[in-house]
Ligand binder design. Structure first.
Ligand code: HXC
Length: 513
């Protein structure tokens, strides 16, 4: 055979691996793209390098299957995303439903371990019918090895899961172990499907209602990002990677700022009403302070009383954690605690300084919260702030009451540079509640109880509900004018970027769970 013949035969094999036109149409009919089309959107043009293209499914090898396909239903490899090296695995639903057999799992684990060795992010594009039935326990063993690689990679390289079709049964636990989960409206994840739910629980529920992208983005919080379709989703993945370092010993990408670091923000005085009872959208405050008003919100549709996400300040990536007075008056509840905890852990892992914007009346009271374990979940938040060794900056916009003051980046939790606006209220509780407890008898005995109560509330407000008591104790570092927020935070960030804090050596702590 001539070299030309060898090359022709190689090309034939690779063409089989690349899938047929019929397969493309089948995916498009479902409103989804093929694995290859997804790879092409995710990676910079012509930068993807496939590996293990010629791997064959084990069962087809020994069963001599008629529809034998190279690649075994998953494309793996590496390439550039915004010029940076990234590894990926994309399940190909056109080959045996993207089901996971032994060799399919081997390919994924190999790519994951390469990503871990070379300190590159790993992205899994999921679209699979789950464990390949014909391969039985070999398939289950494959899942376990993927989970193990997920755990080993956790905290070292960014792991992103992108759910673009079905992801059912135990298969959901690989995404569950990763840093971020992206879903489309057209994808679903569940531990057990609608049929099992119907027979065991006598509950009638559709796939979308049980585990559709929207449900996981709004109800369970399992999905951190929701997109309309594959393209939008993959472009969002590219955006997120722009805020993350390649691994835990690198810094996130710095982009020289166009926005003036000394820019004043007089609009903040309009955005935040002085009346502590009036709501506003804290995302407007974030947009005013950060570079170019750009904020990539995480968990946008879940636990909306807490807002978290990435932005840049003076060109450096920062993580923002902010109470949202527009929802539940910005109180902290179980979901908000879990949301903020996850985000703080991510920031700390990937060397992203945390900026906390506080306007919080306290924890959400009630049996729902107590029965649900707010004690445990609130404790997680404390643990995450305490354990974080990245720079921790804080700005109190208005209210900072009670336990909520303590748990969010306070001095006691080794917050680095903490600021408050002059209208800020730092106290154990609001004035009306405090007067009710401290002066109940005095108010009752007064000739005009309502007038006396008002007087006492005014006195309390004057004495305690301001930032100056905290400033006089060094519990905040300065009281600043709202319009100076950006320039002061930029300066605080610059001086804290060199922070190097180490933990006391131990096997690991026992964080509340
Ligand atoms: C082998 C599978 C398969 C599977 C699909 N196929 N799932 N082959 N093992 N798990 C094959 C089909 O036989 C079919 O082959 C082709 O893929 C396309 O499937 P369709 O059903 O025609 O496609 P569609 O209508 O789009 O439905 C997709 C689907 C459905 C929703 C994923 O196929 C399905 O429900 N599959 C089974 C899902 C499941 O129960 N998996 C096990 C979950 S438990 P042909 O030859 O006709 O093209 C699990 C445990 C994991 O995963 C444990 C981890 C610890």
């Amino acid at each position: 055979m001539s070299m030309e013949d060898f090359v022709r035969k190689l090309r034939e094999r690779k063409a089989i691996a690349a899938g047929s036109t019929k397969d493309v149409e089948a995916q498009h009919k479902k409103g989804r793209l093929t694995a290859r089309e997804r790879i092409n959107i995710l990676f910079d043009p012509d930068s993807f390098n496939e590996i293990d293209t010629l791997v064959m499914p084990r069962y087809e090898t020994y069963m001599g299957g008629k529809d034998s396909r190279y690649g075994d239903g998953v494309i793996t490899g590496f390439g550039l995303v915004n010029g940076r090296q990234v590894f990926a695995a994309a399940q190909d639903a056109s080959v045996m439903g993207g089901s996971l057999g032994e060799m399919h799992a081997n390919k994924i684990v190999k790519a994951m371990r390469m990503a871990l060795s070379y300190g590159c992010p790993f992205i899994a594009l999921n679209d699979s019918g789950g464990a390949r039935i014909q391969e039985g326990v070999d398939s289950l063993g494959g899942y376990a090895r993927i989970f193990d690689a997920n755990c080993e990679s956790s905290g070292v390289i960014p792991q992103l899961s992108v759910i673009l079709g079905p992801c059912a049964g135990g298969a959901v636990y690989s995404p569950g172990l990763t840093d971020f989960i992206f879903m489309t409206e057209n994808s679903y994840m569940f531990i057990t499907g609608p049929e099992v739910v119907r027979s065991v629980m006598q509950e009638n529920v559709s796939q979308e209602e049980l585990g559709g992208g929207r449900i996981h983005a709004t109800e369970s919080g399992v999905a951190h990002f929701l997109s309309l379709d594959d393209r939008e989703c993959l472009l969002k993945v590219r955006d997120l990677l722009g805020y993350l370092p390649a691994n835990n010993i690198s810094d996130p990408p710095y982009v020289p700022p166009r926005d003036d670091p000394e820019r004043r923000c007089p609009e903040l005085e309009e955005i935040v009403p002085v009346d502590p009872g009036k709501p506003y959208d804290v995302r407007q405050v974030i947009a005013s302070i950060v570079d170019d008003g750009r904020f990539m919100e995480v968990h946008e549709l879940w636990a909306q009383n807490m807002v978290v996400g990435f932005a840049r300040l003076d060109g450096y990536v920062v993580g923002i954690v902010a109470n949202q007075p527009m929802h539940l008056a910005g109180t902290i509840d179980i979901k908000a605690s879990i949301k903020a905890t996850h985000f703080i852990r991510i920031c700390d892992t990937y060397n992203v300084p945390i900026i906390t914007l506080q306007d919080v009346p306290g924890f959400l009271p009630g049996t729902n919260q107590e029965y649900g374990g707010i004690i445990r979940d609130g404790a997680r938040l404390i643990y995450a702030y305490s354990e974080a060794t990245v720079p921790k900056l804080m700005l109190i916009l208005r209210k900072s009451y009670g336990g909520a003051y303590c748990v969010m980046s306070s001095k006691g939790l080794r917050g680095d540079l903490l600021y408050a606006w002059p209208n800020a209220e730092l106290a154990v509780m609001g004035a009306a509640g405090a007067v009710n407890i401290l002066f109940r008898n005095e108010v009752k005995a007064a000739a005009d109880p309502a007038a006396r109560s008002q007087e006492l509330v005014a006195e309390y407000q004057e004495k305690f509900n301001n930032p100056y008591v905290a400033a006089s104790r060094g519990l905040i570092d300065d009281v600043i004018e709202p319009r100076d927020s950006r320039r002061i935070l930029v300066r605080a960030l610059r001086v804290t970027l060199s922070k190097r804090e180490r933990h006391i050596p131990k096997k690991h702590g026992i964080s509340p769970m």
